[in-house]
Design a protein around this ligand. Sequence first.
Ligand code: HEC
Length: 133
Amino acid sequence: MRIAIVLIIGLLAGALGGIKAYQSFSAGSEVPHAVMWMMRYHFGAVGDAIKAGQCGPEAVGSHIDTLARMADDIEPVFLPMGDDLDAPFSEHAKALRDGIQQMQSAVGSDCKGLAAARGETFEACKACHRDFK
Ligand code: HEC
């Protein structure tokens, strides 16, 4: 009986280990892309809203909030890159978060401020892509 229990526990632990290994493998390959594509979608949605002259919280609030959450995921899913790359990568991620924060403060009836903040944020996207993509 005791041997059977030990065997079952061993099998379960083995299966769990396999699932865990599979999860970290698939997270390693897909999640960084997913974070970037989600950011692109929400960033684009804010751009469309600006073009439509709709810059109030009901039109852009949740897009910018999701953008902020995705930006918080950048370092956990991309790092470590190793060597001296992590620090400059984080600088770019921080610049992005600063831009998104400016977008959050610029939400209002006037689209000019939001467009300017979005433009600055886009510079942060491009700067990191220039160095790391
Ligand atoms: C801190 C660095 C960094 C910032 C900031 C950043 N990106 Fe990226 N992005 C990357 C890297 C690295 C890749 C390449 C990922 C790969 O190929 O594995 C990438 C790839 C992408 C891709 C292609 C995804 C794919 O499947 O290869 C899109 C779309 C994208 N980024 C959108 C954005 C947008 C929009 C922003 C700004 C709102 C942004 N990124 C900001 C680092 C960054």
